[in-house]
Design a protein around this ligand. Structure first.
Ligand SMILES: Nc1ncnc2c1ncn2[C@@H]1O[C@H](COP(=O)(O)OP(=O)(O)OP(=O)(O)O)[C@@H](O)[C@H]1O
Length: 358
């Protein structure tokens, strides 16, 4: 899906929205954890919620699912006010990080369970289960019990159980966080393929930068119960609107330093903090001006190396350089970058434009 076209819908009520949040708030007693969220998820769109621990990602997803009551505002599903509907009436399918499979049932029975519970005919159940199994490459495992499956296969069974209900949208709450690193990569691919095949809207909560960047049509960055920024991964990476988003999106994090720490950088008017991403820095012999310091630590990763440089008043700055850096701790270096790579933020952390040097 063309992310920029979706972004153009902005805050407008898109008629094709599968799920829409209007002024949604959540209070737990006196504590307000969701502070007025507006968001329209379009048909077929993959939206990922990210944000620091405790910012309200899971609560917001559970409110959409109907597992948490909405204190104020509305949740619309296909244009219908679903705010007061129980989870089973919303037509949404939630996939949890724990698989919640029935151990005594086969894969076929597990996947078909919600359809049986809904009173569907055996033939129809069988057809839908076979179709879901094909999409998830589970056909050869239909007669096994969950205990005889790998973690990734169990996760696929859990997803299969959601697919057969043909939901309006899938809701995923950190579905891969129980899996080891290699399996996460494999399942990330599976979920991306599934989204391509089904074209169903997906709302996905994760801590994982790579999952967010690779899966999302749009990323929603939450900060203390509010949306800090919504945009395509590219927009958030290249044009973060705040220091918070700039430092949250990207790994290793964007380097930031106070504008007065490097006087000859010619900071834009109103800039209190400057930022440069690690891959935008080049290492040069120490000369005059720019960021200079001494190599503190080298982190060799194979394809590239993170060079952590102690830059005095500008603090510790990380540069990401291809291959081996060919440097040693203690070496004096300068860090160069193009002015177009510079980000700037005012005292409140709001992004300000960086004009080209005159
Ligand atoms: N049932 C509850 N009663 C009271 N407070 C709650 C309840 N559930 C969540 N909270 C609080 O609401 C806030 C948001 O929690 P939530 O689990 O949505 O955050 P999160 O962004 O998903 O965090 P994490 O990334 O750690 O899972 C937290 O401060 C949490 O302590």
């Amino acid at each position: 899906m063309d992310g920029s076209r979706l972004a153009d819908l902005g805050g407008e009520r898109a008629m094709s929205a599968q799920v829409e949040l209007v002024g949604v708030e959540k209070w737990f007693g006196d504590a307000q954890v969701i502070k007025g969220v507006d968001l329209a998820v379009a048909a077929g769109e993959f939206v990922v919620f990210v944000g620091p621990s405790g910012c309200g990602k899971s609560t917001l997803l559970r409110m959409i699912a109907g597992l948490e009551e909405t204190s104020r505002g509305q949740i619309l599903v296909e244009g219908r006010d679903a705010t007061a509907e129980p989870p089973s009436k919303r037509g949404l399918a939630m996939v949890f990080q724990s698989y919640a499979l029935y151990p005594h049932l086969s894969v076929r029975e597990n996947v078909g369970f919600p359809l049986k519970a809904a009173g569907m005919s055996k033939d129809e159940i069988s057809a839908r289960v076979d179709e879901a199994a094909r999409a998830l490459r589970l056909t050869d495992y239909l007669d096994r019990r969950p205990k005889d499956l790998s973690g990734g296969q169990r996760q696929r069974v859990a997803i299969g159980r959601s697919i057969v209900r043909e939901p309006v949208a899938f809701l995923f709450d950190e579905p891969l966080s129980n899996l080891d690193a290699a399996l996460r990569v494999e399942m990330r691919y599976e979920i991306a393929k599934l989204h391509q095949q089904l074209g169903t809207a997906m709302i996905y909560v994760t801590h994982d930068q790579i999952e967010a960047m690779t899966l999302a049509d749009r990323i929603v960055v939450l900060e203390a119960g509010r949306i800090a920024q919504v945009g395509t991964p590219r927009e958030l990476y290249l044009r973060p609107r705040s220091l918070f988003v700039a430092q949250f999106i990207g790994s290793p994090k964007m380097n930031v330093f106070t504008a007065d720490a490097v006087p000859d950088l010619d900071a834009p008017p109103g800039a209190a903090t400057l930022g440069v991403r690690p891959e935008d820095l080049r290492i040069a012999p120490q000369g005059d001006g720019g960021l200079s310091g001494s190599v503190d630590v080298l982190e060799y990763l194979g394809a590239d190396t993170f060079v952590i440089v102690d830059c005095g008043p500008a603090g510790r700055i990380t540069a990401r350089v291809p291959g081996e850096a060919g440097l040693a701790p203690g070496e004096a270096v300068a860090l160069e970058f193009d002015r177009s790579a510079l980000h700037a933020f005012d005292e409140k952390g709001v992004a300000v434009d960086v004009p080209a040097r005159s």
